[in-house]
Write a protein that binds this ligand. Structure first.
Ligand code: C2O
Ligand code: CU
Length: 547
């Protein structure tokens, strides 16, 4: 493969992505940052200069497995020390599979400040894909808050707890439109709806042509539904894997997921159409995010006169479960999972309280990142840098009522990790439950670093360890790196622990991971090569930071 070298400078800048001026984190002046466009087998080198003045940074390459380069995963506290202001850190890794991937900050809650972008990996020369299209476009969906990350993080870690609330806007490829005459703003000069910078994103299409739209979501909180008025979409790829094609009117997409859909410009070409994203699974309090699906040669800024799509009912869980279930591996591209697993880890997702602080927990343990990154601690045998007791493999399965608000919401917190036997097959059962509010269960998109997993099944209610595995799809399960666990439901995954390193597995909702909703897996750390000293320098690794 080729070497693709990027020089990025990460900096705070004032920008108005939705007309409202705030501090955003930009890469080389842009948010979303520059796209990485590469071919299978290429080596990506990103020289990242942290010019944030007073803040650390780290960037994760979401969906890239980092085989042989676990230190380039960019997960602060897990695989590296944070990059200090003024420092330059070099990420180097191979993009070993074609598909649609992402990158984003993985330090504190920085991602939602705008530090993100897309990675598109095409197939090798001479290889053809199982579908055809005329043009290829990437679109990142996001939600957007006007408060800065620090104000939000401080609220989340305060007593009394201050929730971030619903986002102010939904962005499509970094653009949205907040209603600046909204009374909550009063008279300010920070919001200007006539600023051309916040005009809607335009997808221009030539009548009759077919477009591959690579749609991904990096929302901080919201689950979204994306649709293009009057047009069907054929789903062909999910998280870098070919999907047995199916046609939909709208796509449910959870934070951290990527899809490719094929859209044919086959409607009345004399007008433009809305492309819309709407909040689902939480009661929407954010206006529809809009882009213009522009039929050439109509003017790209000509707004459709039609009413923008409002999406499906926000609380129709069965609709979302049905769409999740229809995502299967494509015939001819099926990599069958092992028929049995060596270990089953059940992870109960709950909202909790610790000493009066609001937290999220897994099997009643709320996750904390250690000061010394696990990869370095394990490789250099710094045994005191984190809790060595293994976290629980299950919850109180017999007695726990997942439909009930618990009388006792207490949890413990820990930075302990799951150590997996190298090359073993591991099943994960994500079990959802009621939150600390009666009749409420949220949707959590779980993302695994360093691997793809097979999605064996989804179900409603409490997972039955005897009956439900009999219904697993072992014939053509899709492989993914991010998957939702639906309200009051369960999701079953299987993966092979064959990638030496230390890997985070967490809810991709920014505030949830920040509040403890994650775990960490280690496998084959003794097989990891010599660690670069550039990842060291924090916690107990200070002494190792020598040339
Ligand atoms: Cu895209 Cu650990 O996250
Ligand atoms: Cu969550």
């Amino acid at each position: 493969g080729r070497i693709r070298h990027y020089k990025w400078e990460v900096k705070y800048e004032f920008k108005s992505p939705d007309c409202y001026k705030k501090l955003v984190i930009a890469i080389n002046g842009r948010t979303p940052g520059p796209s990485i466009i590469a071919q299978e087998g290429d080596t990506i080198i990103v020289e990242l200069k942290n010019s944030l003045l007073t803040e650390n940074v780290a960037i994760h390459w979401h969906g890239i497995r980092q085989i042989g380069t676990p230190w380039s995963d960019g997960t602060e506290g897990v695989t590296q020390c944070p990059i200090l202001p003024g420092d330059t850190f070099t990420y180097k890794f191979v993009v070993d599979r074609p598909g649609t991937y992402l990158y984003h900050a993985h330090y504190g809650m920085q991602r939602e400040a705008g530090l993100y972008g897309s990675i598109r990996v095409s197939v090798k020369d001479g290889v053809s894909e199982p579908f055809t299209y005329d043009y290829d476009r990437s679109i990142i969906l996001n939600d957007w808050y006007h408060k800065n990350t620090y104000e939000q993080a401080t609220g989340l870690s305060s007593k009394p707890f201050v929730w971030v609330g619903e986002p102010q806007s939904l962005l499509i490829q970094g653009r949205g439109r907040f209603n600046c005459s909204s009374p909550i703003l009063g008279s300010t000069n920070v919001c200007n709806s006539t600023n051309p910078k916040c005009s809607p994103y335009v997808i221009t299409v030539v009548p009759g042509k077919t477009y591959r739209l690579r749609i991904s979501s990096l929302t901080s909180l919201s689950a979204l539904n994306f649709e293009i008025e009057g047009h069907n979409m054929t789903v062909v790829e999910a998280d870098g894997h070919y999907v047995e094609p199916f046609v939909i009117k709208n796509l449910n997409i959870y934070s951290g997921e990527t899809y490719s859909v094929l859209v044919k410009a086959d409607q009345d070409p004399s007008r433009n159409y809305w492309a819309a994203s709407n909040v689902i699974s939480r009661k929407p309090a954010t206006p529809t995010g809009l882009a213009i699906f522009n039929y050439y040669p109509n003017h790209p800024r000509r707004s459709p006169t039609s009413i923008p799509p409002t999406g499906p009912l926000w609380n129709d869980t069965s609709y979302r479960v049905a769409q999740s279930l229809s995502i299967k591996a494509r015939q001819g591209y099926i990599l069958p999972p092992p028929v049995k697993s060596d270990r089953v880890i059940t992870l109960l997702n709950t909202q909790n309280e610790i000493d009066g602080y609001r937290r999220w927990a897994v099997n009643n343990v709320s996750f904390n990142l250690p000061h010394t990154p696990y990869l370095i601690a394990l490789k250099e045998k710094l045994r005191h840098s984190f809790d060595q007791t293994p976290p629980p493999e299950n919850y109180d399965y017999k007695n726990y009522d997942i439909y009930k608000k618990q009388d006792n919401a207490n949890a413990t917190s820990s930075n302990s990790i799951y150590r997996l036997k190298f090359n073993s097959t591991v099943d994960i059962i994500l079990q959802n439950a009621n939150t600390m509010v009666v009749n409420n269960s949220e949707t959590h998109p779980w993302h695994l670093h360093g691997h793809d997993f097979w999605v064996l099944g989804y179900g409603m209610g409490k997972f039955d360890p005897i009956e439900d595995p009999k219904k697993y799809n072992l014939a053509n399960p899709i492989m993914k790196n991010t998957v939702p666990v639906h309200s009051y439901g369960w999701t079953a995954l299987r993966f092979i622990a064959d990638n030496p390193g230390v890997w985070a597995f967490h809810c991709h909702i920014e505030a949830h991971f920040y509040m403890g909703m994650g775990v960490v897996f280690e496998e084959g750390v003794e097989k990891v090569g010599r660690l670069p000293s550039s990842i060291m320098g924090c916690g107990e690794t200070k002494g190792f930071n020598r040339p």
